[in-house]
Write a protein that binds this ligand. Sequence first.
Ligand code: ZN
Ligand code: ZN
Length: 235
Amino acid sequence: MPHRCVLCSAQQHDNLCSACRTALPELNPSCCSLCLTPLPTFTHCGTCLNTPPLWHNIVAGYRYAFPVDVMIQKLKYGLDLTLTPILANFIVSKINHNRLPDAIIPVPLHPEKMKTRGFNQAIEISRYVSKQTDIPVLSHICLRVKNTPSQIELPWKKRQQNVRNAFTCQSDLTNKHIAILDDVMTSGATANALAKAIIKRGAAKVSVWVVARSLLSPKNQSTSQSLPQFPDECL
Ligand SMILES: [Zn+2]
Ligand SMILES: [Zn+2]
């Protein structure tokens, strides 16, 4: 069945044509191995050396830049679920298939937020990643117990404080390798807070898998001209 490319409408066998795929915003191949900040050599950045994150490795599909930013916003706020498998594949194409985790834990939304939005994009993306990799998704064992204000409204230093103790984990994860999955990572404060709850339940290794890594401070962040700016509580 022929498809139309979701970005340029060209008729294709895939839902993203090869020209658009080639133009996606790749991350710098030389970067910090823990947070993907571009560096002249492949090592750890000053921030990760001073305050190492609790996760052990990270995989991001692309930089959070056009058109990946628009695709994520269309899924999240425009409820365009046709983008879910494409965004999931951005992660699947970058992970090391020889060292897969035991389970995927999507970053949970607070029940109040879930009620207003109606779905959790991290869970939707996780389902497609699971289909491609056979890794089980544990979407109900971790809870977001603090309905935190939007991270984007806060200075970066306050973000850590904002999500401190925001998550609890209800299952034993002794010696498990867990991948935390989210759509976007900016400061990493959310992933770190969830990693803390997971490690507390015995996990031996935590990976972070995100569709896109935002490397600019929020005030400089490029977003689509055609879409309104949305608060992003998952950053
Ligand atoms: Zn295209
Ligand atoms: Zn780093």
